[in-house]
Ligand binder design. Structure first.
Ligand SMILES: [Cu+2]
Length: 257
């Protein structure tokens, strides 16, 4: 049995009231998140959330441990939502040319093409994908932006194929052949500049819960009764099983994926 699942049964009206009290004004229609994992041995890490309300996306991206400098300036990390493929990050076997680096093209069968550029300002379309001026800067940074989603990105989020990729490797961590190679995306750039350093698939959260709600580790009563006791937000809420059952996957379990 999957221990990450917690079964909660709450009357619909009660759950609606709790959700409203947790986020009164700006409840998103759907929230997506991902823990970003390193690619190409970058030793970076990150998190990203995408809250979608209508056609608006509020994106918060936090990264750390990336390559800090390039030619004595903050390293420009181009970053995107990719989509339309398998919704996955590439395995080491994706390095089909055997140079020790999964370049962006080699990763594309897993995560697809660029559907949104997570730029620091201005254009968020794929056209801004390689614009270093609006790339993330340096080893660690936060990007917090709200912008209009295009149809491709919305479809990718819904289909579960949206993957956040942060690019830009420290050339010193590459082998000699890869250090000398040109980017598969832009021949004026080195391979290291555009190759993926972080990757994570955006997964939909089931439901926005008040702080402490779904994270508190609620366990199902197994005493043979159909009544459940439920603690939410620090206050004990007793509910009888009156409506349908909701299955809630704990936020921490999702994040570990
Ligand atoms: Cu990308």
């Amino acid at each position: 049995m999957n221990k990450t699942l917690r079964f909660m049964a709450v009357p619909t009206l009660a759950l609606g009231a709790l959700a409203l009290s947790g986020s009164p004004a700006m409840a998103a229609d759907q929230s997506y998140q991902s823990n970003l994992g390193q690619l190409n041995g970058s030793s970076a890490s990150g998190t990203v959330t995408v809250d979608v309300t209508g056609n608006q996306a509020h994106v918060v991206l936090n990264v750390a441990g990336l390559a800090p400098t390039f030619m004595d300036a903050p390293y420009p990390h181009v970053q995107h939502i990719h989509g339309g493929a398998q919704g996955a990050c590439p395995a080491p076997s994706a390095d089909t040319n055997g140079d020790g680096v999964i370049n962006t093209t080699e990763g594309a069968p897993s995560y697809g093409g660029i559907v949104t550029t997570l730029s620091t300002s201005g254009d968020t379309s794929p056209a801004a994908g390689l614009d270093l001026k609006v790339a993330g800067q340096g080893a660690a940074y936060t990007i917090d932006r709200t912008f209009e989603l295009n149809a491709e990105t919305k479809a990718a989020l819904k289909a579960g194929t949206a993957v956040v990729v942060v690019h830009g490797l420290d050339p010193a961590t590459l082998g000699a052949e890869a250090q000398a190679a040109k980017s598969d995306l832009a021949p004026t750039l080195p391979l290291a500049a555009t190759s993926p350093a972080l990757c994570g698939t955006l997964k939909a959260g089931q439901m926005k819960m008040p702080a402490g709600g779904a994270d508190t580790g609620i366990t199902q009563e197994t005493g043979g009764t159909d009544a459940g006791a439920l603690a939410l937000g620090g206050g004990l809420v007793l509910v009888a099983l009156a409506g349908g059952a909701y299955v809630v996957r704990r936020r921490s379990a999702r994040s570990a994926a």
